[in-house]
Design a protein around this ligand. Structure first.
Ligand code: GAL
Length: 393
């Protein structure tokens, strides 16, 4: 597995230029870019004018807007035509979107599924049309139409959240102290959600069994803690109910383990409005959404997990190009592409019910108030707007 750390100090402009050069690129801006006309015609030749269909789940969750625009930018900079759809978190709309992309005879499909179990039929049609499919960020199950999976190490995302809790509260030196925790997991239709939940809970289970961590609501299974469509209001209402039933007597809440930022936002709102106990619970998240970063700066949320979707798009581009050249990429793609970010080639973790899907897994990073500057600003992914980080479009 090739490991290269992300080159720090990439300025926003350089990052944008680098992204456009990144098919096989590095974080450094191209030193002598060919004149635009030459570059685009060269890219055109390389892509043979092929078209890529990009199916995103929704615009209502912040990160997917960035995924869609980064993926478009990457493929277009290399001369591919792109057609991008957003399904407003409606499964039947995503099926229609995919039917449309297949009818438009795209040469490759890049799909972030709303419901990983719901696309077998339409992706069977893609396979019949000889259109290769990359499952993007979320594994797509029960179909043999998936060639590859590109994501972040989803189990590691959960581990970062769990380890943060262990370290922050010094659970290994807790002695007889106990900490109350409530858990908010992700969408049961999203294959990633169980990886996030298990990554964190596998680390926390020994402390729960020892009694160091207690869960007053008793809701400690994924089924009990899931949040349909990662919806903020749903997460808020559930946490309000938990607080009303278990904490109205002043019981202290020490930890709110949330699998991502949209649910953490709802949990934070519930705590702000309905928690009467002492202190402020430690709240975890994922995605470094702007509203949550503001809450982290203001001390309302404690951490998030950053996943550089710009790099996820670079990996998807290079993988897509190799597939369209008729290659059968493996770990060598990581070495040959000279990516400036960490990525592991995994051929064991993601069984989609029909096969273990070869996967390219990028590395997530824990972000707190203390390392926003290093991990988000210095790397060129965000800029400061007054006191708060803003993502670069
Ligand atoms: C997951 C994704 C996360 C999370 C969630 C909401 O599949 O990997 O970044 O935020 O969806 O979109």
């Amino acid at each position: 597995m090739k490991r290269k750390s992300l080159l720090a100090g990439v300025l926003a402009g350089t990052l944008a230029a680098a992204l456009s050069a990144c098919g096989g690129g590095s974080a450094a801006a191209p030193s002598s870019a060919a004149p635009a006309s030459e570059a685009s015609s060269a890219a055109e030749t390389k892509s043979d004018g092929k078209k890529v269909g990009i199916s995103m789940p929704t615009k209502s969750l912040e990160r997917w807007n960035r995924d869609g625009s980064y993926l478009e930018k990457q493929f277009q900079e290399k001369g591919f035509k792109t057609e991008t759809t957003y399904a407003d978190n409606k499964v039947d709309q995503q099926v229609k979107d995919l039917e449309g992309l297949i009818a438009d005879e795209v040469d490759l499909l890049v799909v972030a599924a709303i419901d990983g179990e719901s696309l077998s039929q339409v992706l069977g049609d893609a396979k019949d049309a000889n259109i290769p499919v990359i499952a993007y960020d979320r594994l797509i199950r029960n179909t043999d139409a998936i060639s590859y999976y590109v994501s972040f190490d989803n189990y590691k995302v959960g581990q970062l959240q769990g380890q943060f809790i262990i370290d922050s509260l010094k659970l290994d030196e807790a002695g007889s102290s106990t900490f109350n925790m409530e858990v908010t997991a992700g969408d049961p239709a999203d294959n990633n959600a169980t990886f996030f939940f298990n990554g964190a809970m596998d680390l926390l289970k020994p402390y729960i069994e020892k009694g160091t961590i207690r869960i007053p609501s008793g809701q400690d299974t994924f089924e009990q803690c899931g949040t349909k469509q990662w919806d903020t209001a749903t997460a808020m209402t559930r946490m309000q109910n938990i607080l009303g039933s278990n904490y109205s007597d002043g019981t202290k809440l020490d930890i709110a383990l949330c699998s991502n930022d949209s649910t953490a936002l709802g949990v934070t709102q519930a705590i702000e409005s309905d928690y009467a106990g002492d202190g402020r619970p430690l709240i975890t998240g994922q995605d470094c959404d702007e509203a949550n970063l503001a809450n982290i700066v203001d001390g309302k949320q404690t951490m998030s997990v950053y996943k550089a979707v710009a790099n996820e798009a670079v990996a998807t581009l290079d993988l897509g190009e190799a597939i369209l050249k008729g290659e059968k990429p493996d770990e060598k793609l990581i070495v040959d592409s000279n990516w400036s970010f960490d990525c592991a080639y995994d051929t064991t973790s993601y069984d989609n019910g029909r096969a273990v899907i070869p996967s390219y897994l990028l590395t997530p990073v824990a972000v707190t108030k203390d390392n926003i500057q290093k991990e988000l600003i210095d790397t060129g992914y965000y800029r400061m707007d007054g006191a708060y980080p803003k993502a670069l479009a």
